[in-house]
Ligand binder design. Sequence first.
Ligand code: SF4
Ligand code: SF4
Length: 221
Amino acid sequence: MIITKKREFKDLMENIKGYKSFFLIGCSECATLCGTGGEPELKSMKEVLEAEGKAVTGSFIAKTGCQVLGTKVELKPFKDAIDKAECIIVMSCGAGTQTAVELYEDKAVYPANDSLFLGNMTRLQFFDERCSLCGRCILDKTGGICPITACPKGILNGPCGGCKDGHCEISPDIKCAWVRIYERMKKLNKLQELCETTIEAKDWSAAQKPRTLIAREEKKK
Ligand code: SF4
Ligand code: SF4
């Protein structure tokens, strides 16, 4: 999931100071789980905007805010409320915000959240970064633990000399990614495989932005 956190309200207020009326869009997926774009957050945004003398013409929570066509269909019943608003505030990730930009080319659109990383919710409202979207996954070689993401240096054949008592020199709160990989491979009885594997210097061309994927073409291969 995409991990988001609320932007400073004063920064949003600075963005929208020239507008009086707003339509709010949240997202039922990641932003709801992050507590940045679900029902309670939209309700609270409406209240604080109204307290600032702004009008909220309506609000809506997209099923999946980054799904452009689906969101376009879902928003049809809100046409009048959106027409009445001078500006749209999107309470999802940056991709969801850009869905609104694409659907409403002539209307101002501002994000309420910062998009931080791709991660997992490991317990309630606690998120861990797990994947850096490198484009060529090496989890098959590392026991399913990503050193590009879990090691602050992204070391592909570790650990480095900074590993102390199994922890990372960057912070004692971080367990060394390569110690985790070693322990996992040991549990799987695959230490020999780990010892015999050298991960080659990464070809970052698959991470060149902006990236596009036509999944239906891939299916034909
Ligand atoms: S190797 Fe690349 S694709 Fe795989 S988890 Fe790590 S960053 Fe993500
Ligand atoms: S101690 Fe481990 S996690 Fe930290 S930088 Fe070195 S290899 Fe990476």
